[in-house]
Write a protein that binds this ligand. Structure first.
Ligand code: CDP
Length: 290
């Protein structure tokens, strides 16, 4: 954000379209899959434009170290990490200030919906791994983590969905691409709770007028509703697949079901073509008396 735009670089053309062909209020393509990891209690793989994100949830489980335990509720701990190979310049492995900040804000966003009081002294550990990054990884990470929490069966008051708006060439735009993030003027990530429309994450890097803030909120809220449908569909698909697999396993223990023979519809009776009368042979007198 705020990098010097190279001379001649056009981020929004005269038709109002962005460099990747999107309208100002259009999202990049998003694909969400729930339950992708066997070892985790819940998981999610999410592709969002050029971002590839894995989220895994472990818990509720006894919180260690013990001095971290809260006797009144579970701790929702998030670790956001960018893989060393996730960007073109290799990132230094391990937590840096940026990943610590993103872990903290993600944890606060998710903690707001998790019914943590049901699990005193426990920890719910959420791991967000950015495998490939192309701007907006915190939003993609939080969105994936919320699906992984639901996949783990963690009771929540609602689903968290995160998406950013920004300002590019003086225009409020949804879901900035890397170029827009680098050379745009403002980045404005938000996370909502789908059913209450509460805002559980809001950051702003750069400047917006009050009207632009309203426009960005309206734009992100509409987009969050759209993304929420994808989160829901991913979870539904996972459980439909599980139900399908159970049916197959359940059948394995029973007598094999014999497929009923397909009923063959009786052929329609075709009226026989009137056969020409056989030429009656001339009766020869055999000479035998009956
Ligand atoms: O990813 P997000 O937009 O939430 O956070 P950011 O700090 O605004 O980073 C924007 C983008 O810069 C990331 O998505 C990456 O594509 C890139 N980046 C990078 O190339 N190297 C880093 N060490 C950190 C970020």
């Amino acid at each position: 954000m705020g990098g010097k735009k190279p001379e001649g670089m056009v981020l929004i053309n005269e038709q109002g379209l962005r460099a990747d062909g999107r309208r100002a209020d259009q999202l990049r393509n998003i694909k969400i899959e729930a339950g992708v990891l066997k070892q985790a209690d819940g998981s999610c793989y999410l592709e969002w434009g050029g971002n590839k994100v894995l989220a895994a949830v472990y818990g509720p489980r006894e919180c260690h170290p013990r001095h971290d335990q809260d006797p009144t509720k579970a701790r929702v701990r998030v670790r956001y990490n960018m893989a060393a190979f996730s960007v073109s310049d290799r990132t230094r492995p391990g937590p840096d200030r940026r990943s610590q900040e993103i872990s903290k804000i993600s944890s606060e966003a998710l903690d707001h919906v998790v019914l943590a009081h049901l699990y005193p002294k426990n920890a719910i550990d959420v791991f967000i791994e950015i495998i490939e990054a192309e701007a907006g990884t915190r939003c993609a990470g939080v969105t994936a983590a919320a699906v992984a929490l639901a996949d783990a069966g963690i009771p929540m008051r609602g689903m968290v969905t995160s998406v950013a708006a920004g300002k590019v060439d003086g225009k409020v735009c949804l879901d900035l691409s890397r170029e827009e993030d680098n050379f745009g003027e403002t980045d404005f990530p938000v996370a909502y709770v789908n059913n209450t429309k509460e805002i559980v994450l809001l950051q702003q890097d750069g400047h917006f007028s009050p009207d632009e803030v309203s426009e960005a909120l309206e734009m992100t809220q509409r987009a969050a509703d759209e993304i929420y449908e994808l989160q829901k569909a991913a979870l539904l698909r996972k459980y439909q697949q599980m139900a399908g697999a159970e049916d197959v396993e359940g059948d394995a223990g029973h007598e094999p079901q014999i497929e009923p023979e397909p009923q063959i519809e009786p052929e329609p009776q075709i009226e026989p073509e009137p056969q020409p009368e056989p030429q009656s042979e001339p009766v020869h007198d055999t000479g035998v008396e009956n």
